[in-house]
Design a protein. Structure first.
Length: 247
């Protein structure tokens, strides 16, 4: 082979080598990107009432949609410490306690207004049980902080006039298969009993027809507050304080 032919052959090999190096680099980059994962951690969690819920108002002869209803939400702040984005597409709520308090005075009228929750707790089911929703689209980029709220309360078809109390643990399911547990959290839905209702940062409780009836409510709320590691909503803590004279 002549010198000229050898040079031409070497030059012809250069694009092939560059192509192989480029392909290998792209493969390594793709693998690195695929290995990037989110790593969520909870930075804060609280529960409180919101007045932005939608719901239904029912009477004996009509039903209509209403807005601006009050009810409990869980406010969750997270940070992504992972090298990739975190994608929360599903949330499970494990219900360990769920019950309606007792109306201790007569409640008249047939008008009932109930809120619709993202996670509705069926009062006909005995805890423990789990409710799951896949109607979640929550993404957190690497190194960023974010927050979202989740409205949890009694099923609007089963809710009564008296306040409802519940204890839940929330599990966030990341798309990569990892889970993040939050709780336990104590929640209260005010219901519509005019004789036991939230007012600002407290509750107004009218003198019951039977003191033993309200003692039963105080005992139910007090037992929840004794659960190890419980995080009560602001309104649940206020109800616990308001029921102190009956314990």
């Amino acid at each position: 082979m002549s010198t000229a032919a050898l040079i031409i052959s070497i030059i012809a090999l250069v694009p092939s080598i560059d192509s192989a190096i480029s392909g290998d680099s792209q493969a390594k980059t793709a693998k690195t990107e695929a290995e990037r994962k989110g790593l969520l951690e909870v930075t804060s969690v609280s529960a409180h009432f919101t007045d932005t819920l939608k719901g239904t108002e029912r009477s004996s002869d009509s039903t209509k949609k209403v807005t601006g209803l009050s009810g409990p939400v869980v406010d969750i702040a997270v940070r992504n410490r992972g090298s990739g984005a975190a994608f929360i597409k599903k949330v499970s709520v494990n219900v360990t306690s769920s019950e309606s308090l007792t109306s201790c005075k007569g409640v008249g009228g047939d008008l009932q207004t109930t809120a619709n929750y993202a996670i509705e707790i069926p009062l006909s089911r005995k805890p423990p049980f789990t409710k799951t929703t896949e109607d979640i689209h929550f993404d957190v980029k690497s190194g960023e902080n974010d927050r979202f709220t989740l409205a949890i309360g009694p099923d609007s078809q089963e809710a009564g006039h008296a306040p409802w109390i519940g204890v839940v643990t929330i599990r966030l399911h990341d798309e990569d298969g990892s889970d993040l547990d939050i709780g336990p959290i104590a929640l209260v839905d005010a219901g519509e009993d005019p004789h036991i209702r939230p007012t600002g940062l407290s509750w107004k409780i009218d003198k019951p027809d039977s003191p033993s009836c309200m003692r039963s409510n105080a005992r139910a709320v007090g037992e929840v507050m004794q659960i190890p590691g419980i995080s009560p909503s602001n309104e649940f803590s206020a109800l616990h304080r308001a029921l102190r004279p009956y314990r």
